[in-house]
Design a protein around this ligand. Structure first.
Ligand SMILES: C[S@@+](CC[C@H](N)C(=O)[O-])C[C@H]1O[C@@H](n2cnc3c(N)ncnc32)[C@H](O)[C@@H]1O
Length: 307
């Protein structure tokens, strides 16, 4: 049993809730090729370069080519950078609990994809089939006691020497974002007050400047179940994963960017500086920042070790 809000629910109910959310809200289109899920991202032009470079980081840690790349919790492959990861693979195996996600993914990559409805904590694949795997922003949708299971099951499906890159979030446990929580709230309050003065009290501030009315209704829907472990938990519980390494994917949250990154305040410059720090101290910022990149691999086969 797990606790979601103040209602006790079973693991199966949590997953059902998550699936229903993505099928009926998260992967619904809000126009401009975007999904409701994009409300969690900062898509403003001022942040584009930084977000783009963070997305491309994932490519550095997975094999470039091979037969199958697993994308566990693929969603609809929503950002163009995501296509890069499997560009030179024969197939991208998209696994998701949401049917809508997979239908949308098929629209994007067609025959390059193989589409499987399934659960990331109980993968319907043989062992040692994937040369590489990614799982972006997905494990946190599992009940807390299934996170470890998911990491080890993912490793099971990797071929010898295969590599995995997982984007996770420390949620409220990120020391850096915790430190900035009060300044972020103050800045957001000031921004909202300024917007209300400009556009009137009835209009909600725009998320990613999406104007159409239906989109507003979808965007304002509440999210779904998430649970995030902290750095200490990951380090101690996943210690047996070969090659476990925690680096930074992105050190600042979307809330931080919306609060402090603005074109008129040289936002692009500050993001370039943040990116440069992330490149200099990837492990430190992976530990204290918002989103870590958790890397591991499958040990090489005995025969290749003996050679
Ligand atoms: C936040 S979205 C991320 C999608 C994509 N990886 C991305 O970065 O855009 C999470 C995805 O995980 C899927 N998901 C949630 N729980 C899952 C589970 N137990 N097994 C497989 N997929 C799951 C959801 O349906 C959704 O498509």
């Amino acid at each position: 049993m797990t606790s979601s809000g103040n209602v006790l629910t079973t693991e199966a109910q949590v997953k059902q809730q998550v699936r229903d959310f993505y099928d009926s809200v998260g992967w619904r289109s809000i126009g401009d090729g975007l999904y409701q899920n994009a409300r969690y991202e900062d898509l403003r032009p001022v942040s584009r370069e930084y977000i783009h470079r963070c997305h491309l980081r994932v490519s550095r840690y997975i094999p470039k080519s091979g037969k199958y790349l697993l994308d566990a919790g693929s969603g609809p492959i929503q950002y163009p950078e995501y296509l890069e990861y499997s560009k030179e693979f024969d197939y991208r195996v998209c696994l998701d609990i949401s049917m809508l996600a997979l239908k949308e993914a098929r629209q994007r990559i067609g025959d390059h994809g193989l589409y499987v409805v399934g659960d990331i904590a109980n993968l319907p694949f043989k062992s040692e089939v994937f040369k590489g795997l990614i799982s972006l922003h997905t494990i946190h949708h599992l009940p807390s006691d299934e996170h470890k299971l998911a990491f080890f099951d993912l490793q099971r499906t990797l071929q010898p020497s295969g590599k995995a890159a997982i984007v996770y979030s420390w949620g409220i446990h990120s020391p850096l974002m915790k430190l900035l929580q009060i300044p972020i709230s103050m800045a957001m309050r000031a921004i909202h007050a300024r917007m209300r003065r400009k556009v009137g009290p009835e209009r909600k501030p725009e998320v990613n400047q999406i104007e159409n009315g239906d989109a507003h209704e979808l965007i304002s829907q509440p999210g779904t179940f998430t649970f995030k472990h902290d750095y200490r938990w990951i380090k101690s519980e996943l210690i047996e994963l070969t090659g476990l390494e925690i680096r930074v994917w992105r050190s600042v949250s979307t809330a931080f960017m919306r609060a402090f990154i603005h074109r008129k305040l040289f936002g692009k410059f500050w993001l370039r500086l943040i990116y440069a720090f992330e490149e200099i101290a990837p492990r430190y910022l992976g530990r204290i920042g918002q989103y870590p990149l958790i890397l591991f691999q499958k040990p090489p086969s005995k025969s290749s070790r003996e050679r």
